[in-house]
Structure formats: C-alpha cells, structure tokens
Design a protein around this ligand. Structure first.
Ligand SMILES: NC(=O)c1ccc[n+]([C@@H]2O[C@H](COP(=O)([O-])OP(=O)(O)OC[C@H]3O[C@@H](n4cnc5c(N)ncnc54)[C@H](O)[C@@H]3O)[C@@H](O)[C@H]2O)c1
Ligand SMILES: [Zn+2]
Ligand SMILES: [Zn+2]
Length: 292
C-alpha cells in the first residue's frame, strides 16, 4: 500500500509500505477514504516532537471503511463507514473510566500517563497513522464510531479532531452570554473555536492571525472580526483600544507550540518556531543554526 513516510525534519514522501496486520483480536483494519493534515503534524514535520522516527506515517484525522476485523470485534462489521478519534484508548483502564482517554494507561507502552495517538511519534506509542491507504485501528470496540447514514463524509472527518478541539476550547473558556472572546490563530482549530464561541453566547468574537486568506475565511465563516497582527504596532494595545480599554473576557490560544514571536523564536532567530518544551528540538535548532 502507499503511505506517507517521514524521513527526518521537513522531509516527507509517499512510499510503499506493508499492508497493516491484525495484531490483537480487538484490532480492525480501516481503508482510509479521507485524511487531514493537522497543525499538530507540522510540529512532527518540523522535527519538534521527541522520538519521531524515520519511517513513521503521520495522520490522526481520518475516516474510512472497515476492511477487516479481529476475532473479538463486535461493535463494527466489515463495510462500516467509521470515523476514528485521534486518541487510542482502551475504554476500560482507570484513566479511561474517568473520561481521560488521552491518558489511557494501556495503549502506550512508551509512557505511563500519555496514551497512544495515531501517527504521533513513539512518544505517543509509535502507531502508524491515517495518511495511508490502510491503517490498523486498535481497541476497535471502543474508539471508532459508525458514521450515520446521510452524514457528508467531509463533515464527518472534521469530527476526528478539528471541531471537537475548537468546541472544547470555547467550552473551557467558560464564555458567558455577551462576553467578548479573542481567538489567537485562524487555522482550522481557531476557526472552529471562533464559530463555536457563538454557541456559548459570545457577544463579540475577534480573531488574530498573520495570514490574510485565513483571516478572510474566518471573517465570513465564524463570522467574526479578524485582524492581522503584522499590521499592528502592539496587539495588546490594539485589543485594549477596541474594547474600551477593558480587554476581552475570554482568550483562546489556537496557535500553540510554534507561535510567531515567541521567546524561543527570538532567541534562535529562526523564522519557524521550535517548541520550547522539547530538548531534542532545541538541540536540533541550535545545531541546524550552527550549520548555517
Ligand atoms: N487536541 C489538541 O490538543 C489539539 C488538536 C488539534 C490541534 N492542536 C494544536 O492547536 C494548534 C492549532 O492547530 P491548527 O491545525 O489550527 O494549526 P495551524 O498551523 O493551521 O494554525 C495556526 C495559526 O496560528 C497563526 N499564528 C502563528 N503565530 C501566531 C501568533 N503569535 N498570534 C496569532 N496567530 C499566530 C498561524 O499563522 C496559523 O494560521 C496547533 O499548535 C496544534 O498542534 C491541538
Ligand atoms: Zn489534529
Ligand atoms: Zn484506557
């Protein structure tokens, strides 16, 4: 089968890879029909996630058709159209029972309190992801959901990460009716956070980014006010000024590890950002700078 293949920082290609095998009776094999590239994949691509091994396949946002099932899979049948959440979770351990699926104690032998994630380095279990023709899906009785008939597959694939992540950001912001919300970042997650803010009763939604086509999209789709921070002297003063000097009520960070203008970017002088929490990334940044 064909699959995306990571060869090192900023080097990926499509290669032939062995068809995945059922390794456990609760595994399923899914034929991927849609798969997205997430902002989180850029952290892997840029070499910022520890233990991203050459030969791995990214992709944690995918839907597809069940091709094969293990002998203990009873929730799915061959031919079902499923959406697969990006966390790999057993559904039974103490973390899963508390709803903390990202901490599943069973799915990641590489760590004690971080569960598995499709296509997200050996730090997250070393599972191959869905930017491939086929993918092995563990715990198939728990994670995957059958897509209801009539649902557009293009809508379903957004439920694997982008929509729930943006929605949860708005929910965790504790937006009260009438609140002014600012969302930093107009990528897919920021766009969904801005749109979902209205569901919680926001009175005003402002989005800040530096990419004009994204600002234009979110302005119409959220809909909201959207501004380019490159055109501001000081984003803090800009936001204060437009809110009668009160500031906003809720602030959502939908940029994350590779924010333009962060301290580490300033220190290394690199255009692309290196995640401050990763010693591997810092080492890589310093050494690649030395190499000029
Ligand atoms: N469940 C999760 O925890 C989860 C899920 C999905 C994505 N993420 C993370 O959320 C972040 C956003 O994801 P995405 O897919 O929308 O990524 P993306 O890369 O498509 O979008 C990020 C946007 O932020 C903008 N930006 C950069 N620096 C900025 C700054 N200083 N101020 C304002 N905007 C700035 C960029 O121009 C870009 O448009 C990523 O860090 C990703 O890893 C987390
Ligand atoms: Zn994602
Ligand atoms: Zn679990």
């Amino acid at each position: 089968m064909l699959a995306m293949n990571y060869r090192g920082p900023r080097r990926v290609r499509i290669d032939s890879k062995p068809y995945p095998e059922i390794k456990h009776p609760e595994d399923a094999i899914v034929r991927v029909t849609r798969s997205c590239i997430c902002g989180s994949d850029l952290h892997l691509y840029n070499g910022n996630v520890p233990d991203t091994r050459v030969g791995s396949t990214f992709g944690h946002e995918f839907i597809g058709i069940v091709e094969e099932i293990g002998s203990d899979v009873h929730k799915l049948k061959v031919g079902d159209q499923v959406l697969v959440p990006f966390n790999i979770a057993c559904g039974k351990c103490s973390f899963c029972q508390q709803g903390l699926y990202g901490n599943c104690h069973e799915s990641n032998t590489e760590a004690t309190a971080v569960g598995g994630i499709f296509g997200y380095s050996h730090t997250a279990g070393g599972f191959d992801g869905g930017q491939a023709e086929f993918v092995r899906v563990p715990y198939a009785n728990f994670g995957p959901t059958v897509i209801p008939p009539g649902m557009d597959p293009d809508d379903a694939v957004l439920l694997t990460d982008v929509v729930p992540t943006g929605y949860q950001a708005a929910e965790m912001g504790g937006i009260q009716p009438g609140d002014t919300v600012v969302v930093f970042g107009a990528g897919p997650v920021g766009i969904m956070a801005a749109r979902c803010s209205w569901l919680f009763g926001a009175g005003r939604v402002i989005v800040i980014d530096q990419v004009d086509y994204r600002l234009e999209f979110v302005r119409n789709y959220a809909p909201c006010e959207a501004y380019n921070f490159k055109e501001m002297d000081d984003p803090v003063v800009f936001i204060k000024k437009m809110t009668d000097w009160l500031g906003v009520d809720v602030c959502i960070d939908a940029v994350g590890a590779e924010a333009a203008g962060s301290a580490l970017q300033t220190i290394t002088g690199r255009k692309l950002l290196i995640q401050a929490g990763s010693a591997t990334a810092l080492h890589w940044a310093i050494n690649s700078d030395k190499k000029g």
